[in-house]
Ligand binder design. Structure first.
Ligand code: GLY
Length: 329
């Protein structure tokens, strides 16, 4: 991989902090305003809950729920459509203090899948932590959530993208041979996933990730985002949320790999850079190109990010003036 292809940065912040991402891909200039607005909305939601004393995990759920509702991102409303023309969503969340987590995957009738994943964390010790499809939706109803029609998740933008992709495929049921990596390439580098990592005033950390997955994915396809260790992970003072090609991220269990590296070696920026580079060098898409993606991370005293895509949407907020950073390049 050429030197410099991993772009990364880190900042020393040892108090409460929120770090958000809205996907790593080649975000077109026409989408940057929407992405900025979505990041601002997410930071504002997180800031409100952090300032009102919520725990890291509840702040993380609030941030990601705001992005699921916003419409700019491949998560919740505005998610990419699968080969059946339906939005099929995945989300997961984890508390670094307790290692409790909750995930839902392949759900089609939840407006805020991250909130249902968060509710699963409260199911009690030894209880189910991951639910898929209709089972997850039944759990949601039992917990007082309202099911919505799948159409409510579908935006005009994603309907058009679906029609364009369908036009490129002779047989929409080529399913498994129409791999997400190939689809990403054809659609110009993908469109991906939201997430956040949070440290609260007690030093507790959490990670959360939510996605509609890859464009034109086969029905039932699940990537890294709802898999603890792959799309998100938090342990002790370290937390990570990932974005990018889900099959590759799951193959190297990227979020756990980075958290472990931070906990064992301490240097956040070297951890995020080296593990993304290792994924790129180890996993190839069907065109022989190295796997790409991005991630955000927290250690005991720093925050940072790294990506190998043209752009990654991200924002940081910490208490005090002048501490909001919004970046898309
Ligand atoms: N990273 C999201 C996905 O591949 O589903």
């Amino acid at each position: 991989m050429p030197d410099g292809l991993v772009r990364s940065a880190s900042l020393s912040i040892d108090g409460p902090v929120i770090l958000v991402h809205g996907g790593a891909w080649d975000i077109p200039n026409t989408a940057t305003e929407d992405h900025r607005d979505g990041l601002k909305t997410a930071v504002a939601a997180g800031r409100r809950s952090l300032e009102s004393g919520e725990s890291a995990v509840d702040v993380a759920a609030d941030v990601v729920a705001a992005m699921e509702s916003h419409g700019a991102f491949d998560a919740g409303r505005g998610a990419m459509l699968n080969q059946d023309g339906r939005a099929q969503l995945d989300a997961g969340i984890m508390d670094g203090s307790s290692l409790d987590y909750g995930s839902v995957m392949a759900v089609e009738r939840l407006a805020d899948p991250i909130r249902v994943a968060r509710r699963l964390m409260d199911a009690g010790e030894g209880q189910v932590r991951i639910l898929a499809g209709e089972g997850a939706e039944r759990f949601a109803v039992a917990e007082g959530f309202t099911l919505i029609d799948n159409d409510e998740l579908i935006s005009e933008r994603e309907r058009e993208r679906f029609e364009a992709l369908r036009g490129q495929v002779d047989d929409v049921h080529t399913s498994q041979s129409f791999l997400p990596g190939v689809t990403n390439r054809r659609s110009g580098g993908g469109h991906d996933t939201v997430g956040c990592v949070v440290r609260d005033e007690n030093g507790h950390v959490a990670a959360a990730t939510s996605t509609g997955g890859t464009p034109f994915k086969p029905a039932g396809r699940v990537g890294d985002s709802p898999l603890p260790g792959s799309g998100f992970y938090a342990d002790g003072e370290a937390a990570v949320s990932c974005t990018g090609w889900g099959e590759a991220i799951a193959a190297v269990v990227l979020a756990h790999d980075v958290v472990r590296r931070i906990l064992d070696h301490g240097d956040l920026e070297s951890a995020v850079t080296s593990r993304l580079r290792a994924m790129h060098d180890r996993i190839r898409n069907p065109h022989g190109e190295g796997a790409r993606g991005g991630l955000i991370a927290l250690s005991e005293s720093a925050v940072g990010w790294a990506y190998t895509t043209p752009r990654m949407a991200r924002a940081i907020w910490a208490p005090g003036p002048g501490t909001v950073h919004l970046q898309l390049s």
